[in-house]
Ligand binder design. Sequence first.
Ligand code: IPE
Ligand code: IPE
Ligand code: MG
Ligand code: MG
Ligand code: MG
Length: 346
Amino acid sequence: MSPFFATLFQETKAHVENFLQQYLDHTHIPVSDDFFGILGPRWGGIFDPGSTPRVGSSEGETGDEKTASDRWPKTGKIIGNGYILSPLLEAMTTSVNNGGKRLRPLLTLACANLFGVPKEHAIRVGAAIEMVHCYSLIHDDLPAMDNADTRRGHPSCWREFGEATAILAGDSLLPLAFEVLADEATHPSPFVRLTLIKALARSSGAQGMAGGQMLDLSPHLIASVEQSIAMQNLKTGCLFAFSCEAGAILGQASAHEDQARLREFGFLLGLAYQIQDDLLDIEGNTQDLGKPVGIDTHKQSLIALLGISESKRYLQELQGKMGEVVQPYHQPLFNEIIEWVATRKN
Ligand code: IPE
Ligand code: IPE
Ligand code: MG
Ligand code: MG
Ligand code: MG
């Protein structure tokens, strides 16, 4: 990674994290004064003012041994007059600001820059994407999905806060992303904002990331390389494609040319990124990755279907295709991203 690329990564990270922190800091859950009266003594005891320990699933227990109430949050904290900082907000904040690479926002900023989009607009869209991405990771780690104990070098959300809170933290981050996009500060044109909202909605739901995750968890349905590619395109590619095309949407660039071209680049990059992720699941280590390795070997990834060396060859082929797609922009940054995707270690 060149110093230029490394600096850009750091800058994007700082901008997006600053935005996310401020946004979440001002998100409180209002509760009326008779909250505890309504909930009764059982809940009054659970939301014990002043105590902050996070109690989720107990270490060493499997989900099957617990009753539903064991999975519920055990503590909360009153702040201010009639506001509660629940474990929900803490789980959201922790899961968003715990060290992600912020690659998707970097793509949005890089693509928006091609069309002279003000940086503050691109940062808001990047932050919205990161909210969706972090939600997808919180749910991805749940016992019902990949059952992962660590994420970004920390306990995964469900491990730290419990399954119920992790599910709700994901549920809460997803709509927050659309709230950010819908705000006038994202773009003065309502048409642009609606286009972004529609495209992100499509990229996240059953026809996008969530649909891909469903297929990822249905390896019996995937028998061919084409089917595995289709699954990866939904699971990972759709959010990458949106991250890139969003720059052109913000810049009100041609839908048929620039939006489509950057979308194509995003899909190729997402596929390459996921191949490297699956290679790292086999060849990488937990220390560098901050997440467990060897947990996806039962999936129908391209590595499972093509083998390691053929997957690496295919990754190179994708790098070549990506270079051709973005060649008209003459941006050295794209070449750096294309090179980095196959060499990254985390
Ligand atoms: C992990 O994404 C999920 C995949 C699509 C492989 P990232 O590798 O971008 O994760 P963070 O945000 O940097 O932790
Ligand atoms: C997850 O893919 C992609 C998402 C849409 C969340 P993985 O399951 O391979 O991601 P990691 O390896 O847990 O980050
Ligand atoms: Mg997964
Ligand atoms: Mg996973
Ligand atoms: Mg993985």
